[in-house]
Design a protein around this ligand. Structure first.
Ligand code: FE2
Length: 427
């Protein structure tokens, strides 16, 4: 007997009237109109069933700290970094954990069941690292949390010399942080930026870890550390295990250079994570008009065969005053910023917050296929484009066959003479 039989679902690939059969936390069958005895049945009523949302780029050590110790007055990246520097000495492990756990509650409610979070390793106390490792253990029954050792202040810019932050980063990895991070454009010089990429990729290769670097998060067309990242990936045999996050300088680069760069990224099987909400607010701040959008070249990267995900990056922290763990909001913004308005491109934006992000994180058993984890979200929408348009309600959120969260359908009561009593904003 099955544990769960979900019927009459529409899948992201467009197949409708589909049933999903679940036993012991796995999908054991999927097809049109399946019939079998099950402990629990659920009629999806033609709504969209999707694998869970995945956020391939987040900062959980700073999330929900908005206003501490003060609000970012200018809303700029540099004031955000300065503000984070002011907040860091005041952090306590309990406060970081409490905020992170609260954010994970929001994530589950939004059907977001896997998050890759960077964690700052420049504080020699490694307080945030220890807090998030504990959060990772606590949320493991309901959410996959992957941690990246992130030297926010520059891995070679330690006040006591270039070994200081490198040493802290190695200690964080020793404690169990999963992925090697970096921020080459924030090092003191282009040369140090390139050196940081080389050193960090070598650490990842030695330890058998993945890499995810904040790379070229600026409007500088000559910030080209992603080229070094691709080179080191290829040199060290890390293909498919490295992500370049942000890559906003690519927006400003010379077209000829980008035509050379894209095949190098494809050759290195680099994953790219754009963060539309943050990139559109933080980039182009030194422009008058025309004002650059600043997001990396998503359609061109996809056309070159490169895996592109969209990340949330920040929620209610020194860099961003909004956000709600809603990856459909992220996809909505990405679609607009990249002008991805064709039918195919809009669906690619949905993939960017589901399957593509899972691929960047290297998640196993993810997807709506036989043998995969029975983790999925039932949305109040009939297809991925409608889901993005409405930032659709997450009606049911399942992980490994267990119901984790549910929401009542969204409806609006109307009091209009001669008109229906309610609307769901669906034609
Ligand atoms: Fe980031």
């Amino acid at each position: 007997m099955l544990d769960l039989l979900l019927t009459n679902a529409t899948l992201p690939d467009g197949r409708s009237g589909m049933s999903v059969a679940v036993r012991e936390g796995r999908i054991v069958d999927i097809g049109a109109g399946l019939q079998a005895a099950a402990g629990q049945t659920l009629d999806a009523q033609g709504q969209l069933l999707t694998p869970p949302f995945v956020d391939a780029h987040f900062h959980m050590d700073s999330t929900l700290s908005y206003g501490l110790p003060r609000v970012n007055q200018s809303g700029t990246l540099l004031e955000g970094i300065a503000l984070w520097g002011e907040l860091k000495p005041q952090l306590t492990q309990d406060a970081v954990m409490e905020r992170a756990l609260r954010y994970c509650d929001w994530a589950v409610a939004q059907g977001l069941l896997a998050i890759r979070s960077h964690v700052d390793v420049c504080d020699p106390r490694l307080l945030a690292v220890e807090a998030l490792l504990e959060v990772k253990r606590r949320v493991a029954p309901y959410l996959d949390l992957q941690l990246v050792a992130f030297p926010q202040d520059g891995v070679l810019r330690g006040p006591e010399g270039p070994q200081q932050h490198l040493h802290n980063l190695q200690r964080a990895l020793d404690l169990g942080v999963d992925v090697v991070g970096g921020i080459p454009h924030f090092e003191r010089s282009m040369q140090d930026g390139a050196l940081s990429v080389k050193l960090l990729c070598e650490i990842a290769a030695q330890r058998g870890l993945r890499v995810d670097m904040h790379c070229d998060e600026s409007d500088d067309p000559l910030s080209r550390h992603v080229e070094t990242l691709a080179f080191e990936t290829q040199r060290l045999g890390l293909q498919g295990r490295v992500s370049g996050s942000h890559l906003t300088s690519m927006h400003s680069m010379d077209n000829y250079y980008v035509s050379k760069l894209l095949p190098l990224l494809a050759e290195a099987q680099l994953h790219v994570v754009a963060n539309p909400l943050i990139n559109i607010t933080l980039q182009g701040r030194h422009d008058s008009y025309p004002k650059r959008r600043g997001m990396t070249r998503v359609p061109e990267l996809l056309a070159a065969g490169i895996n592109v995900a969209f990340g949330q990056d920040c929620v209610l922290d020194p860099w961003y005053s909004l956000g709600s763990a809603d990856l459909l909001e992220v996809a909505h913004m990405g679609l607009h910023v990249a002008q991805m308005t064709s039918q195919r491109a809009m669906r690619q934006c949905f993939d960017a917050v589901t399957g593509n992000a899972a691929k960047a994180m290297g998640l196993e058993n993810y997807g709506l296929q036989v043998g995969c984890d029975a983790s999925f979200v039932l949305l109040q929408a009939r297809d991925p484009v409608e889901a993005i348009r409405l930032r659709a309600k997450r009606l049911k959120v399942f992980r490994r066959g267990v119901l984790l969260a549910e929401s009542a359908p969204s409806t609006h009561a109307l009091h209009l003479p001669g008109r229906p009593a309610q609307t769901t904003l669906m034609p």
